[in-house]
Unconditional design. Sequence first.
Length: 138
Amino acid sequence: MSNLTFGIIKPDAVRAGNHGKIVDRILAAGFKVRGMKLIHQSKKQAEGFYAVHAERPFFGELTEFMSSGPCVVLALEKENAVPAWRDLMGATNPAEAADGTLRKEFASSIGENAVHGSDSDENAAIEIAYFFSKLELV
Ligand code: CMP
């Protein structure tokens, strides 16, 4: 199990001004922020990032939304980082997210669900490398 994972504070949460509160929650949960930047993805960048979902019916909606405004990309460190970050985020669909999770508090729908997190160590490494150069990781 790796100690690194990748996260995004999505455009809905940044638009609502919740990115500071979410970073606060991440730090309070014991993660170290190894990389963090505010970016505005192009449609092409979002399509590349979510390429595994290219055949899904919601791919257009997803990549349109992810390129609709600024988001915060994060490289996060903690013991068992991937499951720890998924636990803090809560279920993909906020209607199913447990109390105390970020999606319960900040997400409005399955599409606009405030945060993204890697689903495996392998994808965490790929996703961190998609947005960060080695020099941008401390
Ligand atoms: P994320 O963890 O960023 O990875 C893929 C995203 O696709 C997921 O979060 C959801 O926001 C989004 N997604 C999953 N299912 C649907 C759906 N049925 N409609 C719209 N978006 C979806």
